[in-house]
Design a binder for this molecule. Structure first.
Ligand code: INI
Length: 161
């Protein structure tokens, strides 16, 4: 039986973080969580770049361009879509999720989904560094593990890394 998994060693890997200015109170904390998680796993500060978008809606097109650049081993998307009085937030969250999933598949690069989708600000605060952890850190670690897993899978296939 063969078990293949990605290790959690970040040295030499390069990451792009895409973060929304919308709900920056939350997203700034997600960025801190993501950066902390990566550097604790030996990713160098200079190998982490942060790109700001106006909102979650704009993230897929930026992710696509970054994937095309070939500069990164993984992309980490961070945002907070909080339910409002209208259905606007549903379109924003749904299209961001669809678009980001497409970028990962088309460009064969891990695109971690660290966009919170919550009913209220309290739930978002709980997930950005308080009682429910920090989803920015979780997304960063998922990106790191998947980047290393893809390396293993490509090695197995004899494909270029
Ligand atoms: N963008 C977010 O990142 N989170 C939200 O909660 C949100 N809501 O609810 O409106 C939001 N809207 C802005 C959107 O991402 C675009 O920036 C805007 O529609 C302009 O294209």
């Amino acid at each position: 039986m063969k078990i293949v998994q990605g290790n959690m060693i970040g040295s030499g890997l390069r990451f792009a973080i895409i973060a929304s200015r919308f709900n920056e109170l939350i997203t700034s904390k997600l960025i801190e969580g993501a950066k902390d998680a990566l550097t604790r796993h030996d990713v160098r500060h200079q190998d982490i770049d942060v790109y700001w978008t106006p909102g979650a809606w704009e993230q897929p097109v930026v992710a696509k361009e970054l994937a095309l650049s070939g500069k990164y081993d993984a992309i980490i998307t961070l945002g907070a879509v909080i339910r409002g009085d209208t259905s606007h937030h549903e379109y924003v969250a749904g299209e961001a999720a669809k678009g980001l999933a497409l970028v990962g598949l088309e460009h064969r690069i891990p695109v971690a989904f660290g966009i919170l989708t919550t009913d209220n600000l309290e739930q978002a605060l709980a997930r950005s560094g308080s009682k429910a952890g920090n989803k920015g850190a979780d997304a960063a670690l998922a990106a790191l593990e998947t980047a290393n897993l893809l390396r293993e899978v490509r090695k197995d296939r004899g494909a270029d890394a």
